[in-house]
Design a binder for this molecule. Structure first.
Ligand code: SF4
Ligand code: FES
Length: 243
């Protein structure tokens, strides 16, 4: 393979242009990622192409997009695995600002709803919280979420219920609920178990399938459903609200 055809989604709502795909021919180099191909287009073929990226190393989460039918990180996706034709679209469920760049405001607003930080109601130690190896083990993998938005874009429930909070927020809520240093389970479950919460999930596993960090968001949602139900049957006894 010495060249790759990129079909790239183009749209600028402010200019009232029609959404369409532009076709670019990009010379292939060994080890090329989809992000490198898009940056070649931007620097050599069409400087007006809008895309978002930062770390180029699968850490910042900003380059998630729809690539040949699947949500993936452009910086981690090898062109050689996709073949000579690559078609890219922006993340779904979020308003487009320009081309591959979406407005993440709604994503972050929903994320904030689940209080994604440690909440302390007990005595706070003077110096630091200590955590046992076993307690840290409970956070393995789930702590790796980079908030790329792939799970949110792939979730079919967001299609039918715009206010559904979303798998990214539930995975993060579960990360803090599992944390031995956190006392915010009760506050979070009131939101998570509400009208727009986990019980809207249809358990189709799309979120889990697309996650570039192999985070089991569906499993988190199932855990949160159990915890919310348990909370209802324990008359909101806060001390019993840990898995
Ligand atoms: S759970 Fe996975 S897909 Fe969802 S935002 Fe986090 S890293 Fe991205
Ligand atoms: S550029 Fe940071 S994850 Fe891809």
């Amino acid at each position: 393979m010495d060249r790759v055809i990129f079909e790239v989604f183009r749209f600028i709502p402010e200019e009232k242009s029609e959404p369409h795909f532009d076709r670019f021919e990009v010379p292939y180099t060994k080890g090329m990622t989809v992000l490198q191909g898009l940056l070649y287009i931007q620097s050599k073929l069409d400087g007006s192409l809008g895309l978002r990226f930062a770390c180029r190393a699968g850490i910042c989460g900003s380059c998630a997009m729809h690539i040949n039918g699947v949500y993936r990180l452009a910086c981690e996706t090898q062109v050689s695995l996709l073949g000579e034709h690559i078609r890219v679209r922006p993340l779904g469920h979020l308003p487009i600002i320009k081309d591959l760049v979406v407005d993440m405001t709604e994503f972050w607003e929903k994320y904030k709803l689940v209080k994604p930080y440690l909440i302390h109601s007990k005595n706070v130690p003077e110096k630091e919280f200590l955590q046992s190896v076993d307690d840290r083990e409970k956070l393995t993998r789930i702590v790796d979420c980079i908030l790329c938005g792939a799970c949110y874009a792939a979730c079919p429930v967001v299609d039918t219920h715009k206010d559904y909070i979303g798998p990214h927020a539930f995975a993060k809520a579960n990360r803090f609920i599992r944390d031995s240093r956190d006392d915010g389970t009760f506050e979070r479950l009131r939101i998570i178990g509400g009208e727009d919460g986990v019980f809207r999930c249809h358990t189709v596993f799309s979120c889990q399938e697309v996650c570039p960090k192999e985070i089991n968001a569906s499993g988190s949602i199932a855990e949160l459903k159990m915890l919310t139900t348990k909370a209802a049957f324990t008359a909101f006894d806060r001390s019993k609200l840990k898995m």
